[in-house]
Structures are given as structure tokens and as C-alpha cells.
Design a protein around this ligand. Structure first.
Ligand code: G6P
Ligand code: ZN
Length: 563
């Protein structure tokens, strides 16, 4: 049978450069004539997907159904043999990573702008992932960008639209299309990793004194959470909220932090819920938050590493190594040292973990930006982290039959063994780029001249002496590539640390992030160790602001978000 493939003439659009997480723009930008088509053709021009399988799915945000049909038309015309698509075009980012790996696909196209708001006036995104299930490396994204600059036509298959709502196999011109259940493979994956019977038994027997709440923030994780918490663990409907994916996320900002996940925070507080959690629009971020208990992501990953033995996946396969991004607190390093494991400090961005995982040197890793995960896939994984916490709590309670162990007990026990790395991040969003660059230059000048070295700074009753200042640089141990200028780090003689970094994901002006970390050894009193982070860090924050002259450079008094 012959199929009609048409060449459509087009002209390049400027600015189709994919960032770490693909091409992210306003929906209105993607809706311009040929804009999405150009970018999709540039992807197929940069990879060799002829006769191969490509996965398509996303967080279901506004413009997703249209984008899936465009990818089908162009992909098929470019020779793709088989498409695997989540029903209704839905696949969380971790689920898509799993599908690519499980079905040995050549790659996948993920339609998401992660935690950015959605809807006709907000963001859309297209991200390409390679065969290991992880985001395309820079070599590939650079190639895609180059192609977008010279594109003069794209190919389309002339065929009616595919019905994305019916699970099953169909023919599509010369290609096959499999519409799959978006959730089933992911649920199987988590079931293989965690001790589901133990978690289920614990949650069932503590229905009354340990109710849980998961908030999907109207993002993609809703159906996954329902399958796991309601259908598998048998929890009541009240244990999930905002779990129907909406194209505009209900008008909210689907980012699991204390500011944006306020629906979770309010309900946990009002109903005294001991364990709550939320995930972002595409399901790769997570926040663990119970009544009176917030788990900072830096502690979360360290605690999961500490308790790895109660998780069947790690008990069976062992823990090969641990890692964190540079601004993330050093809590996980202490776990690695105690367990005699190799550990790594990489620049911000999940892509830096992939090589280490593929080389069999990394099992558990995380970032302060609410990303936690392991080598079960090549993306961070929100629900994985939530179920990991439930597995840990269930195991801890099995060891302690007479006293209910909750989030704070797990935290306090961890601090009593390793000490505590108090950690906080101040975000100064959408500040003038000139001011942000001047702030960085001032730190670089101090680095070059040594003018800050050994200087003493006092705030309240605390003194801090600067011991070093450096610009973080990373050499990938596997491919030896070098990433420079990854943030300015100031260390103090008591082991405290302040990091300044410009965000790589903002869309307007510049965003400056200031990360502060102060370590208290396990010998400190339990009261000191259990203090609210803001209190434990106040003097260091004052010193960081003074040294950097941040307020003067940025012309602002307060951060926009504190986590
Ligand atoms: C994305 C990446 C994360 C990274 C974050 C940093 O979410 O997936 O791996 O930590 O961006 O964002 P920033 O705005 O600080 O550059
Ligand atoms: Zn995300």
C-alpha cells in the first residue's frame, strides 16, 4: 500500500533552543503556524528513528492532544515504525522513562513544562529523551537547535487523526500505534521496587491514627496515585486530592513546595494529617509534609539512603553509590561515609546523574529542588519518593510495635546518628539581569583577589570566618566532560556553607538562588537538633546577605520564595 507523504515548506523560527528540560515556551508561541512542526521535524532530523519505536506522552497540559497528532504525522512520515502512546496522551515523566526502558524504545517525546503553570496563556513544552530513558544529552539538543535554524520544510503523513482515548493497536499509514494504559506499567514497577504488602498492612492497621493525604495538584500523577493508594493499598478516597489531571492544573502552579502546594499544607494542618505528600505537573518532583513535619529534600534523599535496606530493590541489588547536586546539603555524604559507599557531587540538573547510573556507580540521588530518585529509571520520580517514605515508615513501625513512628521520629533519629544539616534556599525571582550579574561578578572578584578569605562576620551571637570561596566546576568521571561556572560557594571555618547560583530555568529576567547550610554534629542536644530550620540558620543567612551585598545588587529586600 502506498501512503501519501507531503512536504510542507516552512521558515525557521528563532529561539528554538532546548534547555535542560526541552523547549519550554508559552502555548501561544507553540500555536504559531509551523512552530511546533518545525521543532518536531528538527528532532527527527537529529536522530535516526527510521524503523524504530518512539514513545509519546506528557502531563496532559493544554495543547497536548494537538501536539501528539503533530508528532504522529511527522514521525510516521520520517519513518518511525511504531509509536507507544499513553492513553489520552498521558504519561508522567517517570512513567515515560520507564516505558522507554521497558519496551526498548529508541527514544521518547515528552510533552510537558514540568511544574510551570498550564492553560492557553501559560506554558507548554517538548522534551526529547533517549534510549536509556533520560533527557537527551547536550550533543543531541545542540543538534536539534542547529536544525531549527536552517529548516525549510517538514514531512507529514496525510492521514486522519488517531483516537488517543482507546487502548489498543492500530495501523497508522506505514506505522503501528499502540495506545497503552498510562498507569499499569508504572504501578508494576513500584510494586517490584517496594514492599507493598508491608506498606499495605501498616496503612490498613493505622487507618485511624495514620491517615495519609496525597495531593496531585491537578497534575499528571492523579491517576497514578489513585492506582497505588486507593486501588492497591485500599485507602479511602479521602487519601487523595486534586487527582484529576486538568489541562490548566485548575489555574494553580503545580510545584510541590511550601508556597505553591498550599492545598496540601492547608488540609494537612486543618485535619492533623501525619503524612502528606504532593507531586508536580509531570510527576517527577515531590514534597513530604505531615502535621508539624516538613522534610527538606536534602534530608529526604539522605534518609532514603540510610534506610535503603528495608526497600527490596536495594536489599536485592545493593546500593552502588550515592549522589547529590552541589547546592543540596551534605547529609547524604555522611550516609555514604558511614556505609562505605562511593558518593558524588554533581552540578544542578538531573542529567548529570545518568552517566553514573549507566556506569553502575550510582543507586540513590537527589536535589534540593524537590527531586529524589534512583537508578530504576533515568528521571527523578515523585511517587517513588513518596512510596519510599511509606515503606520506611512501615518498616520503622514494624520495629517499634508499641509506639507509632511518624515523620518527625524518623528525622530525629537520623539527626541523632548523623547530626543535622540545616538547609534553606532563598529565591529572588525575576530580578534585573544586570544586578544578578554584578552580584556574581563581585563574588568572582573576591575569589580572584582573596579579599574575603579569613574575614570574620558576626550576626547575633554567632561568628563566622570565611575559609574558602570557589566557583564550582565538575568533571564527569565517565565521559570526562567539564561543566564550569556552576555556582559560587563560600565555606566557613565551622563547616557552614553558602552557595549563590543563577537559575537555569527562569523565563523572565534573572533568578538568583541563595542556598545556606549549617551543620550541627550529633553530639548537639536533641532540642538544638530539632529546631526549626529558619531559626537554626538565621545568623548564617544574615552573614550571607551581608557578604554578597545581595539586597543592594538586586534592589530587593525579601526573597520571593523560601524553601
Ligand atoms: C529542573 C531540573 C532539575 C534542576 C532544576 C534546577 O527542574 O529537572 O534537575 O534541579 O531544574 O532549576 P534552576 O531553576 O535552579 O536552574
Ligand atoms: Zn517536573
Amino acid at each position: 500500500m502506498s501512503f501519501s507523504v507531503k512536504d510542507i515548506p516552512t521558515k525557521p523560527y528563532e529561539g528554538q533552543k532546548p534547555g535542560t528540560s526541552g523547549l519550554r515556551k508559552r502555548v501561544k508561541v507553540f500555536q504559531q503556524e509551523h512552530y511546533t512542526e518545525n521543532f518536531v521535524q528538527a528532532i527527527f532530523d537529529s536522530i535516526d528513528a527510521k524503523d524504530q519505536t518512539i514513545v509519546i506522552g506528557g502531563d496532559g497540559r493544554y495543547f497536548s492532544p494537538e501536539a501528539v497528532q503533530i508528532i504522529l504525522k511527522i514521525g510516521s512520515a520520517n519513518g518511525v515504525k511504531r509509536f507507544i502512546i499513553g492513553k489520552d496522551g498521558i504519561l508522567s515523566t517517570p512513567a515515560a522513562s520507564n516505558i522507554i526502558r521497558k519496551y526498548k524504545a529508541y527514544g521518547g517525546i515528552l510533552l510537558t513544562a514540568s511544574h510551570n503553570p498550564g492553560g492557553p496563556n501559560n506554558d507548554f513544552g517538548i522534551k526529547y529523551n533517549v534510549s536509556n530513558g533520560g533527557p537527551a544529552p547536550e550533543g543531541v539538543t545542540d543538534k536539534i537547535y542547529e536544525k531549527t535554524k536552517t529548516i525549510s520544510s517538514y514531512k507529514v503523513l496525510e492521514a486522519p487523526e488517531v483516537d488517543l482515548s482507546t487502548i489498543g493497536e492500530t495501523k497508522y499509514g506505514p506505522s503501528e500505534v499502540a495506545i497503552i494504559d498510562s498507569v499499569a506499567d508504572y504501578t508494576i514497577l513500584l510494586e517490584e521496587i517496594f514492599d507493598f504488602p508491608l506498606i499495605k498492612e501498616f496503612l490498613e492497621s493505622h487507618k485511624d491514627d495514620f491517615p495519609i493525604l496525597f495531593d496531585g495538584l491537578n497534575g499528571v500523577t492523579g491517576p497514578y496515585a489513585r492506582a497505588i493508594f486507593v486501588d492497591t493499598f485500599g485507602l479511602p478516597e479521602s487519601s487523595i486530592q486534586n487527582c484529576v489531571p486538568l489541562p490548566d492544573f485548575g489555574g494553580g502552579h503545580p510545584d510541590p513546595n511550601l508556597t505553591y502546594a498550599h492545598t496540601l499544607v492547608e488540609k494537612v494542618e486543618a485535619d492533623n494529617i501525619p503524612f502528606g505528600a504532593a507531586s508536580d505537573g509531570d510527576g517527577d518532583r515531590n514534597m513530604i509534609y505531615g502535621k508539624g513535619a516538613f522534610v527538606t529534600p536534602s534530608d529526604s534523599v539522605a534518609i532514603i539512603a540510610h534506610w535503603a535496606d528495608v526497600i527490596p530493590y536495594f536489599k536485592k541489588g545493593g546500593v552502588k553509590g550515592l549522589a547529590r547536586s552541589m547546592p543540596t546539603s551534605k547529609a547524604i555524604d555522611l550516609v555514604a561515609q558511614k556505609k562505605g559507599l562511593e558518593y558524588f557531587e554533581v552540578p544542578t540538573g538531573w542529567k548529570f546523574f545518568g552517566n553514573l547510573m549507566d556506569a553502575g556507580r550510582l543507586s540513590i540521588c537527589g536535589e534540593e529542588s524537590f527531586g529524589t530518585g534512583s537508578d530504576h529509571i533515568r528521571e527523578k520520580d515523585g511517587l517513588w519518593a513518596v512510596v519510599a517514605w511509606l515503606n520506611i515508615i512501615a518498616a520503622a513501625n514494624k520495629k517499634s510495635p508499641n509506639k507509632l513512628v511518624g515523620i518527625n521520629d524518623i528525622l530525629n533519629e537520623f539527626y541523632s546518628i548523623y547530626g543535622r544539616s540545616f538547609f534553606s534556599r532563598y529565591d529572588y525571582e525575576e530580578v534585573p539581569s544586570d544586578g544578578a550579574n554584578a552580584l556574581v561578578k563581585n563574588l568572582n572578584d573576591a575569589l580572584a583577589s582573596g579579599s574575603l578569605n579569613e574575614t570574620k562576620h558576626t550576626a547575633g551571637k554567632d561568628n563566622f570566618v570565611v575559609s574558602s570561596i570557589y566557583n564550582f566546576e565538575y568533571k564527569d568521571p565517565i565521559d570526562h566532560s567539564i561543566s564550569k561556572n556552576q555556582g559560587q560557594v563560600i565555606t566557613f571555618s565551622d563547616g557552614s556553607r553558602v552557595v549563590f547560583r543563577l537559575s537555569g530555568t527562569g523565563s523572565q529576567g534573572a533568578t538568583v538562588r541563595m542556598y545556606v547550610e549549617r551543620y550541627l554534629p550529633p553530639s548537639a542536644s536533641p532540642e538544638e537538633l530539632a529546631r526549626p530550620a529558619a531559626e537554626g540558620l538565621q545568623s548564617l543567612i544574615d552573614v550571607a546577605l551581608e557578604i554578597s551585598k545581595l539586597k543592594a545588587y538586586l534592589g530587593v529586600d525579601k526573597p520571593t520564595v523560601i524553601t
